[in-house]
Write a protein that binds this ligand. Structure first.
Ligand code: ADP
Length: 428
């Protein structure tokens, strides 16, 4: 009998054994079938090169599926195929026929193994090269943001320091002159105070970013009302709004006066960071609107400005720390000056705070254009919490049973009122 006929005799049984051994699905069966077709041709033609095509295809599928499981190579499959051939010939052929068929297939199998090993080496080499390239690119990015950070930090910290230096040397000159000292000293002391305050803010921001990075932001849950936080931000920012002829509208949107549990200091900080950015990146005379809506279980606030906008590629970067450092020459120690970029920590901090509350923050903008000013809208989604995650806080704010409060225990309304007046609230 011809070897090809012997092959045909065992083929189905062989395929079934391979599939059983390897427990693979339909797509594997298809590839195996084609492998056997080409093997049949190679047996009759005597040339194993025809197998290369299917081995390439097979290896590619295997590499894709296998890298995650650490079994990218085709070699173990070829090994199992050979073992199954041995079993199949035992079942379907006599011993002489079996030797004849195995003798014809063995050189083909050897070729397949050699070819596959060579490919494996090439693929692993490529894989290692890709990983190295990725690591190099990551290092390059890290290096760029590190040097970006150093130049921004140096600039941000130097500005208030220069102020402090200048004012203190002027102070000592003045104290020597002793003429009309008081008024001038007061001006200089104010300057020194501003410098110290700004330096303190930058250091606080750096500490906050590191707390957020290390999952160490501890929230102190208390009853919070969004309209109250917005009211405090408004008080704080009103002077700048007037100076820059901006038009700030805070709408009474559904949910704005609803009580939720959150950390008022931190939420204030997040809202301030977003709103003060709207002021910074909107030219004089522009408009800023705070609106929002109530969603099931959430309240969504939208801070829309008519400013310079944000390019699509920066819309994600700006929430990463030092992700958008901008032009260092534009950095300024002023917090609300037009386009006065800061150290690039405000939005990462806002994101960290909002996410720690179980919320989300994102931005929409048609793009960056300082002339057309397409504007940006920052969305802040906050869950409405009727209870604090901290049980002790719940006990404190638990509504009293009918018939008034027990001695020494304040009612919910009393606590609500007291909290609203609390000194621990962010100050305007
Ligand atoms: P910064 O201290 O630089 O303001 P932020 O983290 O607050 O840092 O903001 C990061 C960057 O995002 C800013 O430098 C600015 O380029 C961009 N950005 C933030 N808010 C706005 C906005 N409302 N309009 C345009 N660009 C904005």
């Amino acid at each position: 009998m011809r070897v090809v006929d012997l092959f045909d005799q065992v083929r189905d049984g062989w395929a079934q054994r391979v599939i059983r051994r390897l427990a693979r699905g339909e797509s594997f069966q298809e590839v195996l079938n084609r492998y056997f077709d080409l093997m049949r041709q190679a047996i009759s033609g005597g040339d194993p090169i025809g197998l290369n095509e299917i081995l390439d295809e097979w290896a590619a599928v295997q590499t894709q599926a296998g890298h995650e499981h650490g079994e990218a190579s085709l070699l173990p499959i070829l090994g199992q195929t050979l073992l199954s051939l041995h079993d199949a010939t035992k079942e379907h052929l006599g011993s002489e026929e079996a030797v004849e068929l195995i003798g014809a297939i063995l050189p083909l199998h050897t070729h397949a193994v050699q070819y596959t090993s060579q490919r494996d080496v090439e693929i692993s080499g490529q894989h290692i090269a890709d990983e190295l390239e990725q690591a190099r690119a990551a290092l390059e990015r890290l290096d760029a943001s590190k040097s970006g950070f150093i130049s921004v930090a140096a600039h941000e910290l130097r500005t208030p320091l220069t102020l402090l230096e200048g004012y203190s040397s002027m102070l000592s000159d003045i104290l020597q002159a002793e003429d009309q000292v008081r008024e001038r000293v007061e001006i200089m002391l104010k300057g020194i105070e501003n410098g110290i305050h700004r330096l303190g803010e930058i250091i606080d921001d750096m500490v906050d970013v590191s707390l957020i990075d290390n999952d160490m932001l501890n929230l102190t849950y208390q009853p919070v009302w969004i309209h109250q936080l917005l009211g405090i931000v408004r008080q704080e920012i009103d002077k700048t709004i007037a100076e820059r002829s901006l038009n700030l509208t805070i709408e009474e949107f559904p949910g704005h006066d609803e009580m939720t549990f959150g950390d008022p200091e931190r939420l204030y900080q997040a809202i301030w960071n977003v709103l003060s950015n709207a002021v910074k990146y909107t030219p004089d005379g522009g408009a800023i609107t705070v609106s929002g809506r109530r969603l099931p279980g959430f309240v969504e606030m939208a801070v829309q400005d008519s400013g310079i906008g944000i390019s699509p590629q920066d819309q994600l970067n700006i929430f990463e720390k030092f992700g958008q450092l901008g032009d260092v020459s534009l950095h300024s120690s002023g917090k609300t000056k037009y386009k006065g970029s800061g150290p690039g920590l405000g939005l990462p901090i806002a994101k960290g705070i909002i996410e720690a509350h179980g919320g989300a923050i994102w931005v929409e903008s048609e793009g960056y254009d300082e002339v057309a000013c397409p504007g940006s809208t920052f969305h802040i989604l906050l869950p409405i919490r009727k209870e604090s995650p901290d049980d002790k806080v719940n006990q404190l704010f638990k509504p009293m049973s009918k018939g008034g409060s027990a001695p020494g225990v304040r009612t919910y309304e009393e606590v609500k009122e007291a909290i609203a007046k609390e000194t621990s609230w962010p100050k305007g």
